[in-house]
Ligand binder design. Structure first.
Ligand SMILES: CC(C)(COP(=O)(O)OP(=O)(O)OC[C@H]1O[C@@H](n2cnc3c(N)ncnc32)[C@H](O)[C@@H]1OP(=O)(O)O)[C@@H](O)C(=O)NCCC(=O)NCCS
Length: 216
């Protein structure tokens, strides 16, 4: 299945999700890659990673861009030559991008019980409201918090940011699909609008959480 979902968030922000059901060859035949990208693709060990990487190029093409327009900075953060911002994520059989004229970050995660085991590594402030523990809601909320922190990290891209110590996600209810967050780093406070939703597919058992953040 090609394009799985499009979210036109506002006039200048679009989120595109690809469900990766095609083979490597099928995807490869549909994209044009520049030399640098081809080298990166060749160096990838897993074919699932390669298919996700190619799916991102399919999404970029859907938006009228090509692989030639997409670059990476020294830390691996993607950017376009033009004024649009882009952020990229892939998780299992999904790849997603967000393109906007605002500074944005995106993350997609499979909801998994094992996130509970690492909760103390990326939450601190959030412990004030994360109750009850060891429930389905707890796992869903932890996944939103993790995704929000990844998305914010992708926006700021600064060395030394700790998810636990420097990023706070405000209390939220799952059905509201939005919350606020802030980064406290280097004597500065930056605020973010965070949006999240669940993504499910008939082809894959399990539920994903899509999170995207805008710097205010
Ligand atoms: C770089 C990082 C954000 C990638 O996130 P991930 O969940 O592993 O993987 P995702 O599939 O969601 O995202 C991968 C994409 O992020 C983008 N990316 C990579 N490095 C990036 C950076 N420094 N800034 C912004 N975006 C980046 C790339 O587009 C990449 O995909 P591509 O190379 O195929 O184009 C993540 O690995 C990371 O370093 N996180 C911060 C470290 C940390 O503090 N971790 C947890 C502490 S408890």
């Amino acid at each position: 299945m090609p394009l799985f979902q499009t979210i036109q968030f506002n006039e200048t922000t679009k989120i595109l999700i690809w469900e990766i059901t095609e083979s490597f060859d099928e995807l490869y035949s549909k994209v044009t890659l520049k030399e640098k990208t081809q080298r990166r693709l060749d160096g990838m060990k897993s074919q699932m990673h390669q298919r996700a990487f190619l799916s991102v190029r399919m999404l970029i093409q859907e938006m009228g861009f090509t692989d030639k327009d997409l670059h990476y900075d020294e830390f691996g953060k993607p950017y376009f030559d033009c004024h649009n911002y882009i952020s990229i994520t892939h998780s299992y059989h999904f790849a997603a991008i967000i393109i906007s004229d605002e500074t944005v970050g995106i993350d997609m995660e499979l909801q998994r019980e094992k996130i509970q085991k690492i909760a103390d590594k990326f939450t601190d402030y959030e412990c004030n409201y994360l109750e009850p523990k060891f429930s389905e809601e707890y796992i869903k909320k932890l996944t939103v918090i993790w995704g929000a922190k990844e998305a914010i990290f992708k926006i700021r891209n600064e060395k030394g940011i700790s998810f636990k110590d420097h990023i706070r996600v405000e209390d939220f209810s799952l059905d509201k699909k939005q919350t606020q967050s802030s980064l406290h780093f280097d004597d500065l406070i930056k605020d973010f609008d965070v949006h999240y939703e669940e993504i499910k597919s008939d082809n894959f058992e399990g539920t994903f959480t899509l999170v995207y953040a805008f710097e205010k």
